[in-house]
Design a protein around this ligand. Structure first.
Ligand code: SAH
Length: 260
């Protein structure tokens, strides 16, 4: 039976891949990889493996989902070992559910290899314990993006829920998100953090309040991929650091990390 593996590659750093993900990638004939999957991860493929980039990034040129579905099925029917590599976990804002349903409808076997999801991992990487029992009884993962078949999250319900919020794909709408949550009753001084490129060499984070978050994101030029954490636990984040490219030009210009 034709088979496709949906593999989560974790949040970015190649050494945060699971052992099973690394083994599955190494056994592949074809790797269909998302934009957020690092070259270092794809380098685990065997020599001669076919690598197809099917990246999809907010606001950028993207591969239609339909093309990805058909490509997976076409390679699998040829008897090739097809591995679909996704950032984070395949089933957390990753369209893994749609891909699984499509392949199963064609009578194909689907294997799922879970991965560390970026929201929880990026928060942990900057010292935020998302479910610290002294502060909250849970964590909610939410998409900050409306459109593309998704409706706007119910910010009012989320504000009343009392859990830590970990918001994916929210950076470009941070002004709207902050305003909606405050309008729904969250105090403006609720701790908030944003973490960009979590676990990657360019990781940066901001530690602030819900009201100040949009201005800080803009002033600091924080860039995607990034997650936003809202809730008391965000105050436990490590002190902010800022990566600065060494002012000295020429070879060896190092990246200095300075405490802000
Ligand atoms: N399936 C993925 C999420 C895909 S949606 C997972 O489980 O992690 C893409 C969003 O994930 C980005 O817009 C961003 O919000 C978040 N993201 C992915 N990698 C990230 C990283 N290294 N640091 C911070 N956020 C990240």
């Amino acid at each position: 039976m034709p088979k496709v593996s949906l593999v989560g590659a974790g949040p970015g750093a190649a050494d945060l891949l699971t052992v099973r993900a690394a083994r599955t990638i190494a056994a592949a004939d074809v790797l269909l990889a998302d934009a957020l999957v690092a070259d270092e991860v794809l380098a685990l493929g065997r020599p001669g493996v076919r690598i197809v980039r099917v990246g999809k990034r907010g606001g950028m040129r993207s591969t239609p989902q339909d093309f990805i579905h058909r490509a997976m099925a076409r390679y699998a029917r040829r008897g090739l070992k097809v591995v679909r590599v996704k950032g984070g976990d395949p089933f957390v804002f990753g369209r893994g559910g749609e891909e699984q349903a499509y392949l199963e409808a064609l009578g194909m076997e689907v294997e799922v290899v879970p991965g560390l999801t970026a929201g929880l991992t990026a928060a942990a990487a900057v010292g935020i314990p998302v479910t610290h029992r002294a502060y909250t009884h849970g964590v909610t993962l939410v998409s900050g993006t409306a459109g593309d078949g998704c409706s706007e999250p119910d910010w009012a319900a989320l504000a009343k829920g009392g859990t830590t919020l970990v918001i994916y794909m929210g950076l470009s709408r941070v002004l709207n998100i902050s305003a909606r949550l405050i309008a729904a009753g969250l105090p403006p001084d609720t701790p908030a953090a944003a973490i960009a490129s979590g676990t990657l060499p360019g990781q940066r984070h901001l530690k602030t309040t819900l009201a100040e978050l949009p201005a800080r994101v803009q002033a600091e030029g924080l860039a995607s991929p990034a997650i936003i954490v809202v809730g008391a636990v965000a105050a436990l984040a490590l002190p902010e650091t800022r990566a600065l490219v060494d002012a000295q030009p020429g070879p060896g210009a190092a990246l200095r990390v300075l405490a802000a």
